[in-house]
Design a protein around this ligand. Structure first.
Ligand code: OAD
Length: 246
């Protein structure tokens, strides 16, 4: 099955953990209630961080280390190639924090759950900044807070359970959909279980604007019925030959 793309098509892509599976990054829902052997509420909530920042930083330092040691796969590359052909008619939204899309060359990219390679401060409103440090002993502290005589603990700039998504990032997605009225809009979801909102609802948002909805996934996900076309298989194999350019 081919997804035809012509000069009037706009393509909105949503990716999840599945797109990085062939790079060796574990997906989320393989382990029940545990996230790489840690209870989710201990390592992926603000409460967990406040209770034990050292444990949470160790966990994310380990994820940083692993993410540095894997490489984008053919699925990431196919999406970067589509963007290079389509320019501003393309937008990639990812739930992944592993940085692999950026490393594959994607630029028009919204990292809706943040990035493993950014850090922010729990004490002040400074913007998240690039950081690939691994903190195994004491959790890092904010220099800007220190310069004002305060103590601010730094934290990974990822979205934890119970936290709200950055409205600016989500606005970019809504704007892309709004600007597509009158053109042919295609929505393509890849490697996501369709369980976590608002990402899981994006297909309906795009369809309300007239989008044709495609899905590439290893298994039928929770929200399968929302899609017009389902191509079952690993994204590293399915994506490279999927697009038909006209
Ligand atoms: P999941 O682990 O929930 O789902 C991954 C999906 O990818 C499953 O449906 C698999 O069948 C599919 N899959 C696995 N390998 C694949 C492959 N090689 N090619 C294609 N599909 C494959 O991951 P997400 O849907 O990304 O949020 O999870 C969404 C969010 O839940 C995450 O961003 C995270 C988690 O809670 C936060 O951390 C805020």
């Amino acid at each position: 099955m081919h997804l035809r793309i012509d000069g009037d098509t706009r393509l909105l892509v949503l990716t999840g953990a599945g797109v990085s599976a062939e790079s060796g990054v574990p997906t989320f829902r393989d382990a029940s209630g545990l996230w790489e052997n840690h209870p989710v509420e201990k390592v992926a909530t603000l409460e967990g961080f406040e209770a034990d920042p050292r444990l949470v930083w160790r966990f994310y330092s380990e994820r940083r280390r692993r993410a540095k040691n894997v490489h984008p796969n053919a699925g990431h590359a196919a999406l970067a190639d589509a963007e290079s052909r389509m320019g501003d008619r393309f937008l990639l939204v990812t739930q992944n924090v592993d940085g692999l899309h950026r490393r594959a060359g994607s630029i028009r990219l919204v990292e809706m759950h943040g990035s493993l390679f950014e850090t922010s401060c729990t004490g002040c409103r400074r913007e998240a900044f690039p950081d690939d440090g691994e903190y195994l002993a004491d959790p890092p502290r904010c220099e800007e807070c220190a310069s004002r005589g305060r103590v601010g603990l730094l934290r990974p700039a990822v979205v934890w359970f119970g936290e709200v998504l950055d409205p600016m990032r989500m606005h970019r997605v809504s704007s892309f959909i709004d600007e597509s009225r009158g053109a042919r809009l295609v929505f393509l979801a890849v490697g996501t279980s369709g369980l976590v909102y608002p990402a899981a609802g994006m297909v309906l948002q795009a369809r309300a604007a007239g989008a044709e909805a495609w899905l590439v996934n290893a298994e039928p996900p929770e929200n399968l019925r929302a899609f017009h076309h389902f191509v079952r298989g690993p994204s590293g194999k399915v994506l490279p030959p999927l697009f038909e350019w006209s």
